[in-house]
Write a protein that binds this ligand. Sequence first.
Ligand code: SF4
Length: 391
Amino acid sequence: MEKVTILLKQHVGGPDKPIVEVGQRVKRGELIAEPDGLGANIHASLTGTVTDITDKAIIIDADEEQSKEDYVHIPDSDDYLTDIKNAGIVGAGGAGFPTDVKLSNKIPGGYLIANAAECEPLLCHNTQVEERYADQIVRGMKYMLEITDAKVGYIAVKKIHHAAVLALGKACKNEPKIKVKFLTNMYPAGDERVIVRQLLGIVLKPGELPIKANAIIDNTETIKRIAEAIEDRKPFIDKDITLDGRIKERSTVFENVPVGLPAKKFIDAAGGYIVPYGDITVGGPFTGHTGSETTPVTKTTGAFLVGMPYPQVHKKIGLLECECGGQEPRLREIAKKMGSEVVEFQRCKRMVLVNGRYRCSLPGICPGQADAILAMKKKGAEAVLTGTCQD
Ligand code: SF4
């Protein structure tokens, strides 16, 4: 029997409130938790019995027999935004912002942008989905154009993803309001402010959102889920993920896996580990966090990456942080696992404090870091652990 762990917080906002009880039978697609303030509906991803409810998750023992095509439909409605809300759609690229809230902004004369950057190294599930489901993505964009009153839809993609470019270009060939636009092949090209800068020529300040430029950006999987909700009445219960690293079948994409299944299931399905192996990173190598074999897929999980064991460096280390790379807590965690002592911490000089959080003032146009390195040397650093995307 498969144990499914459906987290109550898979979105920006507070945890959802469960509306089921222990012992209750639930069907795939059934609503099991509702937002308490900002958040999104959460549905059972497999049919089974609720065996536990904690303050963090609803646990379901899934039945042996399952049908992926069979699920409880979202309620009928004649309003796309209501469908998106009922389906519990959130930003699947990692942000987890409730999509109905984002799309409730009208942007007449503005720009709807599909983020097809597939920005972080190793990740490839979005590109694969763009190749295979380009028509569905374009249809999703048409619904979004109607919801938001945007005048045009752009698909922001890197030229190096040839097959995705071709598929998306073909899918929007007869759509006068939707065009493919190219992003520079660099990290962090998928950052929303980089996309606005490269496509619209508008430089947003740190902390400013695309709406300031009369733009709304959603990643391609989110848009695919929107089309599913409207056309197939399907709630957000399945996720596309990449599996890579120290596993036998590298760069494996799993499409439409039920939310709540654990990382180990996919590692086993891809042939198991290559020994030796180290941490499991949940998400991309830059912005992910350390997980474990039991970490469940959520609506925002992009990848499980199995690393090498950390080298035992045992040196005095300086840390260098970037907004788009590993943040201070993660860098400290890695330094500790390398058996090293952190003697200095520095941020990229472009990072500025905005509303209590350090943000990059010009993402993707990165300076040299000589000053930071010299400051570390002064404190006795023998090596640098950097979370910056450029150095
Ligand atoms: S300028 Fe600095 S903080 Fe900004 S993206 Fe580049 S390395 Fe990161």
